[in-house]
Design a protein around this ligand. Structure first.
Ligand code: XBP
Ligand code: MG
Length: 257
């Protein structure tokens, strides 16, 4: 009989709504610092999210929106420098009040720890960003809640490639059939399902129209006792918020022995 052993979390959009008022603003601040007139609006940023990874997103923007931009000789260094400045702005933003976790995230993490489930992070974002987000929401030892934080350039192919999830499974010596992944986006579900993981989606403003084919269930949020989730696709029994009991039920329904 398979047993649920671990929960694997995406970060951006899943643990917290970091994109629109976090990463986007940090990119714009970095562009302004560098004297560039690039300004990523809320709407444009939604289109740019097609590409995961900040450095990759800057290159995508230049290729598709600014083909006339005269690239400096050391182009890769130029992009890396901009991205470094962006990371600095983003982590300062988190340190100064932060971006709160989405509903139900802290409660589920606490419950999972109490129940002895193993926890890990699988994200394309830069490791410093994860540290800052976990610290601002869980306190100084926030990172230690997770057995493994797999982030950024640790694998060469970012989501939608399944590599980051395969990395986590390999390093934690887990089979995909022992885990549940939490994602918020189409790139994310392609990565988790590509690694054969049962996936729970919580959508956000940027991802409600995404294709979540392959996900076990699609919800608007994890929910809280007084703030139930809406089921957008699939079913999660009689549960009103995601608890370890709800996850075990889903796990045994979707992955029968
Ligand atoms: C997250 C991303 C990241 C962040 C920015 O995707 O695409 O690029 O937007 O992070 P996912 P960096 O949630 O699917 O992992 O700028 O640090 O790359
Ligand atoms: Mg995400």
């Amino acid at each position: 009989m398979p047993e649920l052993k671990a929960l694997l979390f995406d970060v951006d959009g899943t643990l917290a709504d970091t994109e629109r008022d976090g990463h986007r603003l940090a990119f714009n601040q970095a562009f302004a610092d560098a004297g560039l007139d690039w300004d990523w609006s809320v709407e444009l940023y939604g289109q740019l999210l097609t590409v995961t990874g900040g450095k990759e997103r800057i290159r995508y923007y230049l290729d598709s929106w600014r083909p006339e931009f005269k690239r400096p000789a050391k182009f890769e260094e130029f992009v890396a420098g901009l991205h470094k400045a962006k990371t600095r702005h983003y982590t300062v933003m988190l340190d100064n009040g932060g971006i709160p976790f989405r509903p139900g995230v802290r409660r589920l993490l606490c419950e999972a720890r109490e129940e002895g489930l193993r926890l890990a992070i699988a994200t394309t974002t830069t490791p410093e960003n994860v540290t800052a987000l976990l610290k601002s929401n869980l306190g100084e030892d926030g990172e230690r809640w997770f057995e493994l934080i797999a982030a950024g350039d640790i694998v060469p192919a970012k989501k939608p490639a399944p590599d980051i999830y395969r990395y986590v499974l390999e390093h934690m010596r887990l089979s995909a059939k022992e885990c549940i992944a939490f994602e918020d986006s189409e790139n994310g579900v392609q990565a988790s399902c590509g690694a054969q993981l049962l996936t729970v989606i919580t959508t956000n403003d940027y991802t409600t129209t995404h294709d979540f084919n392959g996900a076990a269930v699609v919800l608007d949020q994890l929910g809280e006792p007084g703030n139930p989730f809406k089921v957008l696709h699939g079913s999660i029994g009689q549960h009103r918020y995601i608890s370890v009991a709800a996850l075990n039920e889903l796990f045994h329904r979707v992955l029968p022995a």
